[in-house]
Design a protein around this ligand. Sequence first.
Ligand SMILES: CC(C)(COP(=O)(O)OP(=O)(O)OC[C@H]1O[C@@H](n2cnc3c(N)ncnc32)[C@H](O)[C@@H]1OP(=O)(O)O)[C@@H](O)C(=O)NCCC(=O)NCCS
Length: 174
Amino acid sequence: MLIGDRVMLREVSWGDLASRQEWFADPEVTRYLGWLDGVPVPYLQDDTPGAVEWTVALRETGEPVGIAQLGKLDVVGGQASFGIVIGRKDLWGQGVGSAVIRLVLAYAFQVAGLNRVWLTVETRHHLAVRLYEREGFHPEGVLRQARQTQDGLQDVSVMGILRQEWEARQNHGA
Ligand SMILES: CC(C)(COP(=O)(O)OP(=O)(O)OC[C@H]1O[C@@H](n2cnc3c(N)ncnc32)[C@H](O)[C@@H]1OP(=O)(O)O)[C@@H](O)C(=O)NCCC(=O)NCCS
């Protein structure tokens, strides 16, 4: 379990199912997840051995509010992909996403000993791109029209943060 000031990342449990169903039935939550007609497309499913998924819960009440993942684990290359969904829309814009990213990166670099964490985000999802940049992810390139969505084909940005970049940020109090 990873514990921050306001949120914690805990093991996924069956008790989280109802919340997940509610979040994923909401088109605003799934809009940028590359889902078509509310169904996750195959490339979102990650069955890589060693992938980690947490339920994001409020520290005070234990209430589930989202999901965080480190997936596509590459043991040899020391890297994994990051994914986040804050399903509770009423909490958006209050720093929950940022707190989750900090906890997951600390786990990835300090506990798991990874060298690189990367993610993909639809280029048009500006709010998320800005959030990732603020938390230290660098733009690494754009896969043009790489994802089919309800709104047609979308460009997908690859972003990444290296261990040395994360450490430099810790030393500068970021
Ligand atoms: C993208 C997402 C993870 C952001 O989580 P969050 O808890 O809102 O993130 P934060 O509050 O830490 O940061 C969001 C930033 O957007 C700003 N913002 C402004 N209006 C906002 C709104 N209506 N909703 C959310 N954020 C808003 C926030 O103020 C903040 O920026 P700031 O720190 O400069 O003020 C969340 O919206 C989400 O899970 N969306 C659905 C799934 C998704 O798109 N996942 C990402 C796929 S790549």
